[in-house]
Write a protein of this length. Structure first.
Length: 68
């Protein structure tokens, strides 16, 4: 569970860092920075996987409680 929380924090921080890199990139043109810069939504894969992990753990816990 702690690894999933850490994964969500790292992914959210990565999104903010990528967004900042695009906003303050090497080009004066925002469009150029967005097209050629850091992919903003790539780090959001980590929180998405953490959510799926949480759902899997919840389903596993519910199944083991029903079995016992």
């Amino acid at each position: 569970m702690a690894v999933l929380v850490l994964q969500a924090i790292v992914g959210s921080t990565g999104f903010l860092l990528h967004l900042s890199a695009d906003l303050h990139g090497p080009s004066r043109n925002l469009f150029s920075n967005v097209i050629s810069g850091a992919p903003r939504f790539a780090p959001l894969l980590l929180p998405n996987l953490a959510i799926l992990g949480f759902l899997g753990l919840a389903a596993y816990n519910q199944q083991t409680e029903e079995a016992s």
